[in-house]
Design a protein around this ligand. Sequence first.
Ligand code: ATP
Ligand code: MG
Length: 259
Amino acid sequence: MQRIAITNQKGGVGKTTIAAHLAAGLVQHGNDVLAIDLDPQGYLMAHYGLREDLYRAEADNLALHLVNESENPFEDLVVTTDEGVDLIPSNYDMRGVTDALHNARNRERRLETLLSDLPEDAYDFVVIDSPPNLGVLTDNAILAAQRVLVPIQAEDSSLDALDMALDEFEEIESAFGIDVEILGIVPNLVPRDGIADSTLETLRATDGLQDLVFPYEVRKRADIKYAMRHGQTLYTYNDGSDMVPVFDQLTSDVEEAVH
Ligand SMILES: Nc1ncnc2c1ncn2[C@@H]1O[C@H](COP(=O)(O)OP(=O)(O)OP(=O)(O)O)[C@@H](O)[C@H]1O
Ligand SMILES: [Mg+2]
C-alpha cells in the first residue's frame, strides 16, 4: 500500500485537482486506489460528485475517527465512486478536528494509525488530499504517507510557499524521526505567458530543485474547472483534453518513483 500526500500550505495551487486526477489515473493504470479527503472544505469529494450527498451527512465520518470517537471499523467509511476510485470523504465535522485534537496524545499520527487498521493489500495506492495550511491535519497527511507530491503555481509568490513547504518537511522529519520523500513538484495552472515560463525556468535551475520539478506542467484549462463542477475528472468529463496525457505521465512517473 503506497501512500502519497498531496500537500502545499498555499491555497488554490491545485492540490485537490492533482489528487483527484492522480487517483483516477492510477485506477486507469489498473491499480486499486483509495483517496482520502482530509480537507475540511471537502472538494476532493466534489471531484467525484459526492459532496452534495455526503458533506453534511449525519452518519459516521472521518472526523469522528480522527478524534477517536467512533466505534465502527475505519474501512466502513469507504464509498465507491464512478471513476473507480474508493474514497473516504471529508465532512462538515472536519472543521472541528484541529481544535478537538489540540491536547490529544499522538495527534499528528491519527491518520497513520487509522490506515494501519486496513489490510496491507487492500489497496495499491492511498492518495491523501490535504488542507491549505500548516497544522495538525496537514501533519497527519504527511506522517501517514511519508511521501509527498507538491503542486505549485508558476508565479513568484509560489516560490516562497515552496520554501516554506520544504522547511516544514524538514521540521517534521526531525520532530518525528522519519524521512519524508518528495516524489516531485508539479507545476499547475500554468498560463501561456512569459512570466510563468520564466518562473518555471528559474525553478528548474534552482539548486536542490532540478530533480524535483517535473519536466512538464499542467496548463490552465477551463475544462478542469468544468469537470469538477460536474463532479468528474477530465478522464470521464473530456478524455480528449490535452491535459489527460499530462496527468497520465504524472501517474506513470509516480508509479515508477514509488516502486
Ligand atoms: N490546471 C488548471 N486549470 C484550470 N483550473 C484549475 C487548474 N487547476 C486547478 N484549477 C482550479 O483552481 C481552483 C483551485 O484548485 P484546487 O482546488 O485544486 O487547489 P487546492 O490547492 O486544492 O486549493 P485549496 O488550497 O483551497 O485546497 C479550483 O477551482 C480548480 O478547479
Ligand atoms: Mg484543495
